[in-house]
Design a protein around this ligand. Structure first.
Ligand SMILES: Nc1ncnc2c1ncn2[C@@H]1O[C@H](COP(=O)(O)OP(=O)(O)OP(=O)(O)O)[C@@H](O)[C@H]1O
Ligand code: SF4
Length: 275
């Protein structure tokens, strides 16, 4: 039965999940899945247990980024068992990518079928104990976003992290994303500006390829925290392509300080749950 407004539903499979963070972006390709995975890895390196729920049904890229494509999702009494992406079993992942017969198969479903799968992802994944569940959403504000928020909200208060690139057009799209958060009652934990300049690996000189500072200005205007700027970093691209753990393996890389500082700000904004 659906919970009435203001009530909390029986948490079921989300009972052991302390914090849920939705990662949103106004448009595609700005690095939403990159930020989701790196946030999860940085939180894990800070000693947290993290789950990633990939509800980007039409472009599930996270299994590839975490070198988990083709892994089988098993069933247990309480639902699907997510895939562990590390040996310590600190990061678990559920993605539509695991349910496709071929990894590059397209999901061509109508809205109701997608929404039904999202509801199932929310209720039927046996996450166990997690400090954070990071939810990677599709770009924009679609029915799938509404379905995700409506399915998750009865269980826990939700935080949103909004990713943009510095260009004005992307920033305009993100303004709509912030409006979506306001209208759906999502707490905006902050804005992240990605692909924010290029730091030359030889001399560490930073060049702003696009305009700069758009994300910070947008956050200031909207009265929400600005969490940081992540530079374009070839080592990050490579580690995502090869499914490596960037946070573990590239601590001297230009994107490392920005990503770990964003994770620290999320940790500071989400004190240990007392319940
Ligand atoms: N800061 C960065 N430095 C270098 N490469 C990056 C950075 N951020 C993202 N990329 C690369 O850009 C590409 C797009 O990133 P990503 O898939 O995370 O975007 P997205 O917003 O999730 O896209 P989609 O619209 O498909 O959901 C990826 O190949 C990723 O490796
Ligand atoms: S940024 Fe520095 S090292 Fe890189 S190409 Fe320019 S001058 Fe050379």
């Amino acid at each position: 039965m659906e919970a009435a407004a203001g009530e909390r539903a029986e948490p079921g499979n989300l009972a052991g999940v302390q914090h849920i963070i939705l990662v949103l972006s106004g448009k595609g390709g700005v690095g939403k899945s990159t930020i989701s995975t790196q946030l999860a890895l940085a939180l894990r390196h800070a000693g947290k247990k993290v789950g990633i729920l990939d509800v980007d049904l039409c472009g599930p890229s996270i299994p590839r980024m975490l070198q988990s494509q083709g892994r089988a999702v098993h069933q247990c009494d309480s639902g699907w068992v997510p895939v562990f992406v590390d040996q310590e079993q600190s990061v678990s992942l559920m993605s539509v990518g695991f349910l496709l017969e071929k990894p590059d198969e397209a999901v061509v479903w109508r809205g109701p079928k997608k929404n039904a799968l999202i509801k199932q992802f929310v209720s039927d994944v046996a996450w166990g104990e997690l400090d954070y569940l990071v939810v990677d959403t599709p770009p924009g504000t679609s029915d799938e976003h509404m379905a995700t928020v409506e399915a998750l909200r009865p269980y826990r208060p939700l935080g949103a992290l909004v990713v943009t690139t510095p260009q004005a057009v992307s920033v305009g799209d993100v303004r709509r994303e912030l409006t979506f958060c306001r209208k759906t009652g999502l707490r905006v934990m902050g804005v992240v500006e990605n692909m924010s300049g290029f730091t030359c690996p030889h001399c560490m000189e930073c060049t702003s390829i696009f305009s700069s500072g758009g994300g910070e200005e947008l956050a200031r205007h909207a009265g929400v925290p600005f969490l940081g700027s992540v530079p374009l970093d070839p080592e990050l691209t490579r580690s995502l392509e090869e499914g490596r753990d960037f946070i573990q393996e590239f601590p001297k890389s230009p994107a490392f300080p920005a990503l770990t500082s964003i994770a620290q700000k999320i940790l500071d904004a989400t004190p240990a749950c007392l319940s």
